[in-house]
Design a protein around this ligand. Structure first.
Ligand code: UDP
Ligand code: MG
Length: 313
């Protein structure tokens, strides 16, 4: 029988683990699906990992790992994919904002031959206005850059074993899970879902972490910002040519532009553009630097029960 793995990245979610486990395992047992749950605690500072150990001790289908520090959700997802042994793997948030019933829909589509099943948000749930706007803008830009509609996509998806294997051999450090599953190009289906209210605790995203996420993902998926530097340079060369001709003509006609005002303005504008361009280039160099160091995406400090822990004792 086919095995379904569910990967649940969890960061400071001690209040959610027991409830999420109960909801998912009851649902999958009723549906008679062979399953395993894989919780990856992303360096949580609260009791998340001991909660995971508790549920794992009661149910042999539950596995978990703890990171040595917070590596971010992307890393937690990839660690989960690495640990999963299912024929199909679902990645979902452990706060039940992704409705569990959709997992059953995904499973059915997979059985009918889909290799990637994208969870697509029908609404964005209750989010702060600022968050909504910045997320909206980010997805607009992203969709343009990578030429697919990202505005409703999420990390909630089902991947066939083949797709998981492809993602796991990608050599890059900075991954963008949400877009990579599109990029692999396997046969895709969609499942629409309503974003649920968070069960317990709070969202981990601040405005700044969201901005950082946005910039990192745009630059890890597209070189368009770099090309924009070139375009900006060409436009300013063009404009300066016009100004050059105009200035010379006025000089020859004995009416040269007066004073420092023009000089100051030009220096400020050109200086600003130069620094901005250097910043963009610098950002890409930083990304290359990170990739070249080739450090692991995450470090696992503990795993649950059944395997290593017990042998050590
Ligand atoms: N998460 C994580 N590492 C982090 C931040 C979040 O593994 O550094 C997990 C978190 O535990 C949750 C999921 O990612 O399962 C989504 O996070 P959250 O609910 O805070 O975000 P939101 O739903 O508000 O977008
Ligand atoms: Mg959430």
């Amino acid at each position: 029988m086919a095995l379904l793995s569910i990967v649940l990245p969890s960061y400071n979610e001690e209040q959610n683990i027991a409830n999420t486990t109960k909801v998912l395992s009851e649902m999958l047992e009723v549906a008679e699906i062979e399953y395993e749950l894989i919780f990856v605690s992303d360096g949580s500072q609260d009791g998340t990992f001991s909660e995971i150990q508790k549920v794992a001790a009661d149910n042999a289908r539950i596995h978990g790992a703890e990171f040595s520090r917070n590596f971010g959700k992307e890393s937690a997802i990839f660690a989960g994919l690495e640990m999963a042994s299912g024929d199909a793997v679902v990645v979902m948030d452990c706060d039940l904002q992704h409705p569990p019933e959709s997992v059953l829909e995904m499973w059915e589509l997979w059985q009918e031959g889909a290799q990637v099943v994208e969870g697509v948000k029908r609404n964005r749930g209750k989010e702060k206005l600022g968050y909504k706007l910045s997320a909206g803008l980010f997805y607009k830009i992203m969709s343009k850059l990578i030429k697919m509609d990202m505005s409703a996509s999420s990390d909630f998806k089902l991947l066939d074993r083949k797709v998981v294997e492809v993602l796991l051999i990608l050599p890059e450090r900075n991954t963008f899970f949400r877009a990579l599953s599109f990029w692999t190009g396997f046969r895709q289906e969609k499942v629409y879902y309503e974003v649920q209210e968070r069960q317990f605790g709070e969202s981990k995203w601040s405005f700044f972490s969201l901005m950082k996420y946005a910039i990192t993902n745009v630059t890890s998926f597209s070189t368009l910002p770099l090309q924009m530097v070139t375009v900006m340079g060409m436009v300013s060369i063009l404009l300066s040519l016009i100004l050059y001709v105009q200035t010379i003509i006025r000089y020859l006609m004995g009416m040269a532009v007066e004073g420092f005002t023009t000089v100051i303005l030009l220096i400020l504008i050109v200086g600003g553009l130069l620094m901005l361009s250097l910043g963009v280039i610098g950002h890409y160099i930083a990304r290359i630097y990170e990739e070249v160091k080739a450090r692991p995406k995450y470090i696992i400090s503990k795993v649950t029960g059944n395997n290593r822990d017990r042998e050590e004792r």
